[in-house]
Design a protein around this ligand. Structure first.
Ligand SMILES: *Cc1c(COP(=O)(O)O)cnc(C)c1O
Length: 400
């Protein structure tokens, strides 16, 4: 079947909740993917940073196929022999005390909101149903009803109300605004260390450290959503390390399985997860042995194959090469590790048309919001690959 036939099927039978580039992929290996016509592309999106380890990593694939032949799902009604080992390894790696595994990122966010609310009622004596969670403007935490209720993106919300109360929105990167927004009913502050979907928005150094101190002072749980920034993407295992802090709760997902399987986790450094009693929360697939086995290997290769160090080196190199481009279309190039955004001036006509041109040259990128091109290749990218890409990116960004 050719590209057009696949697209027609999708359009005929599928909900049109995405506007993908018109490339139909059927194979991936490392940083490369192939379409049904046999064309090869460098993947600069990495499935929104879910394939940090590269497509079809052989060791993760081996774990997946071996575990799939042994045991895939027990539900949490019974125990399985991968869960405890996964808990121990991820807690040791991230210096966490407790973990709760879920499936998608949005579920991890929903889970932590439940946990901090109950924590607040129990430990702070907040009156029933009055708990408040503070979040940031231009946040992205997922697409469920509770989460879009505190989004500031009109398209995410329009037509989907009514929404859950109990959220307060403050500007991102403003520690004073956080302190001013805290009331006796505040249970938590939740933020992304770098706002990815908002266009790779990096707060000034020290912001997270100040926010952490404010949270401690007022006995507010600090939650970092590292679903996109975590697991090596920014050149650290967790982006919080850039500010030398450990959040009370960290959310991870996406690259936790190297792209093989949906798995997310709530990691807690306080007694927050301790509030859950048997029956308070659950998920049929959460913590299943296939997911846990895959995640264990996905974490292992990330560390053992030095992908995080490579993200630092290649991120610096890629950013310096991008900054050599002289183009009237570029307003700013910013990034940490291999999470890089090229912001275009409004007159450039939007990032989408550049992504379409890059696709024709064998590079898959996706615009985020209207004017930012995000470059987030798998963390295994090499210098030669970046050089190859730059020969194509530079003329596109300079062109009309
Ligand atoms: C992708 C993402 C989510 C949601 O994850 P899903 O698996 O798509 O539900 C939440 N927060 C951040 C920062 C993300 O990038």
């Amino acid at each position: 079947m050719d590209t057009q036939s696949h697209i027609s099927l999708e359009n005929q039978f599928g909900a049109q909740n995405y506007k993908p580039l018109d490339v139909v992929l059927n194979r991936g290996k490392g940083i490369w993917v192939w379409d049904v016509e046999g064309n090869k592309y460098l993947d600069f999106l990495s499935a929104y940073s879910a394939v940090n380890q590269g497509h079809c990593h052989p060791k993760i694939m081996q774990t997946l196929t071996e575990q799939a032949q042994k045991l895939t799902l027990t539900s949490r009604a019974f125990r399985n022999d991968q869960l405890g080992l996964f808990y121990k390894e991820i807690c040791q790696l991230t210096h966490s005390h407790k973990v709760l595994p879920m499936n998608s990122g949005a579920e991890a966010v929903e889970t932590v909101i439940k946990a901090v609310r109950k924590w607040g009622y129990k430990t702070k004596g907040i009156p029933k149903d009055q708990a408040e969670v503070i979040v940031c403007r231009n946040n992205f935490h997922g697409r469920t009803i509770a989460i879009i209720g505190f989004s500031t993106d009109e398209q995410y919300r329009a037509g989907f109300g009514p929404f859950a109360p109990g959220f307060k929105i403050i500007p991102f990167g403003d520690a004073a605004a956080l302190e001013a927004a805290i009331t006796p009913n505040t249970v938590a502050f939740m933020a992304e260390p770098i706002q990815g979907e908002a266009g790779v928005v990096i707060p000034r150094p020290g912001y997270l450290r100040e926010a952490k101190a404010i949270c401690e002072k007022h006995k507010v749980v600090m939650i970092l959503d590292e679903i996109q920034t975590g697991l090596g993407r920014t050149g650290k295992l967790l982006a919080e390390e850039h500010d030398g802090i450990e959040a009370d709760v960290t959310l991870i997902g996406k690259a936790l399985s190297g792209g093989f399987y949906p798995i997310s986790a709530v990691l807690s450094n306080t007694d927050v997860l301790g509030v859950f009693m048997p029956g308070d929360h659950g998920s049929t697939f959460g913590g299943n042995p296939l997911a846990c086995a895959v995640a264990r290997t996905a974490l292992k290769v990330l560390v053992e194959e030095n992908m995080i160090e490579n993200a630092v080196k290649m991120g610096d190199y890629f950013q310096s090469r991008l900054k050599e481009i002289k183009s009237p279309h570029i307003r700013e190039i910013r990034g940490k590790g291999l999470m890089i955004g090229v912001e275009l001036v409004p007159e450039a006509g939007g990032a989408r048309r550049f992504c379409e041109q890059l696709m024709k040259k064998g590079l898959l990128c996706k615009e985020t919001h209207d004017n930012v091109i995000r470059f987030a290749p798998p963390l295994i990218i090499a210098k030669e690959d970046i050089d190859w890409a730059m020969e194509r990116i530079a003329p596109v960004l300079v062109g009309k």
